[in-house]
Write a protein that binds this ligand. Structure first.
Ligand code: NAD
Ligand code: MG
Length: 394
């Protein structure tokens, strides 16, 4: 990174799938970058194991009851890493002097405050936590502008678009962007055959290895819906200029169409380390550990339209975007409740879009120009969706 001898990287969500990929890339560049802060939700043993390997200055566990175990685990390992606990400690470390770059990879709305804190503090923000943009995209983009933070999207589609857009004056000459979608494990199936699918089937993604929540979102196509909202905020485009194309091979990560008829795409193997290396090295290219793409070996690239009859979540996300205000926050919160209930075996797969739609209907969009209004909408949607769970038994 230009001007810095050693890029110090805070990895929020270090014990997760993106966290592992980020640590893998950082560890390949011991002379130019190091993990200075590691944060996780509740798995103290996994966090201590990462600290042994990567020796950060600070480690923080969101679950406050894990503090003593973290402190003792670090001491037993003979590490100088300082122990912290609680969400406020994550926010403080994400915005504090101990890091230059923040990898925002906490899952769900739980990642909002730390991502905002990093944006306000002007960090280089490698943004994987799409839910924070869905919930509070305008405020996030304003915080980054005001704080002088550079956001580099890590979601593979948005990272692809970031790479395809001209470096100066992003958006100039762009007609539309096209987000590709793998279609998930149930692509090609009709609604009737989806009633009895299990959480194990839903998280078995054909192309990407990811955490459980985003894997279910990929199976419902809500992931693509969240990504459409994410793209509108990141690239300043209206929803009608953001399209979705199913591409089962997951080799074309997204496309940008310009007004002169040119389309630029970014291709590569489905491995998040590429996007993370783009973020960590930008504007330079750095090694990621990912092999190049052998198109001859893959043979073909297929494309098809998304099936919103079988997978209504994509349609619901566009509707929430059109409704504006608090609607995307409501969509996101209801989806988090529904996905968590599905993963626990409490509701069926087809109940996920039903719960989201019912919650959107129960809570019509209101203006949302403050963080408090959005948090209130998020809380209310969680209450409404949770109360509705019992009406949709598995
Ligand atoms: P994951 O479930 O594997 O990991 C989640 C991480 O968040 C874990 O480290 C967990 O400890 C931490 N966490 C959970 N709740 C927390 C809390 N309240 N406070 C602090 N930390 C908490 O998830 P993932 O697949 O790595 O996804 C992380 C984010 O990145 C999600 O927003 C997801 O949509 C996005 N993303 C992931 C991928 C991918 O390939 N996995 C791709 C694109 C975007
Ligand atoms: Mg994605």
């Amino acid at each position: 990174m230009a001007g810095l001898l050693m890029q110090r990287v805070a990895i929020l969500g270090a014990t997760g799938s993106i966290g592992a990929s980020a640590l893998d890339v950082v560890a390949r560049h011991p002379d130019t970058m190091r993990a200075s802060v590691l944060a996780a939700g509740s798995n103290v043993a996994a966090l201590v194991a990462l600290c042994r390997r990567h020796r950060p200055d600070d480690a923080v566990i969101a679950d406050e009851s894990g503090f003593a175990a973290l402190r003792d685990g670090l001491a037993d390992a003979g590490l100088a890493t300082r122990a912290h606990a609680g969400a406020a400690a994550i926010d403080a470390l994400a915005s504090g002097p101990g890091c230059d770059t923040v990898v925002a990879a906490i899952v769900g709305a739980a990642g909002l405050d730390s991502t905002l804190a990093a944006a306000r503090a002007g960090k280089r923000l490698l943004l994987a936590n799409k839910e924070s943009l869905v919930l509070a995209g305008e405020l996030m983009m304003a915080a980054a502008r005001e704080g002088g933070a550079q956001i580099i999207p890590i979601d593979s589609e948005h990272n692809a678009i970031f790479q395809c857009l001209p470096r100066d004056g992003a958006g100039a000459g762009v007609r539309r962007i096209v987000l590709t979608a793998s279609g998930g494990p149930f692509r090609g199936r009709d609604r009737a055959t989806l009633a009895n699918v299990t959480p194990a089937q839903a998280v078995a993604h054909p192309k990407w290895s990811m955490g459980p929540k985003i894997s279910v979102d990929s199976a419902t196509l809500m992931n693509k819906g969240l990504e459409v909202i994410e793209a509108c905020h990141l690239f300043g485009l209206p929803p009608e200029r953001v399209d979705v194309l199913v591409h089962p091979q997951s080799l074309v990560h997204s496309l940008v169409e310009f007004i002169d008829g040119s389309t630029l795409a970014q291709l590569g193997l489905p491995d998040m380390r590429t996007a993370l290396a783009v973020g960590l090295g930008w504007p330079e290219r750095v090694q990621s550990g990912v092999a190049g793409l052998d198109l001859l070996a893959h043979g073909r690239l297929d494309f098809e339209a998304p099936d919103t009859a079988a997978f209504p979540c994509l349609r619901l996300a566009y509707a929430a975007l059109a409704a504006g205000g608090t609607a995307p926050a409501v969509l996101n919160a209801a989806n988090e409740v529904a996905v968590s209930a599905f993963l626990q075996g409490r509701v069926g797969f087809l109940s996920i879009p039903v719960l989201v739609e019912e919650t959107l209907e129960a809570l019509p969009a209101r203006a949302a120009d403050t963080l408090d209004a959005l948090r209130e909408a998020d809380n209310e949607a969680r209450r409404v969706a949770s109360a509705a769970l019992s009406r949709h038994p598995a």
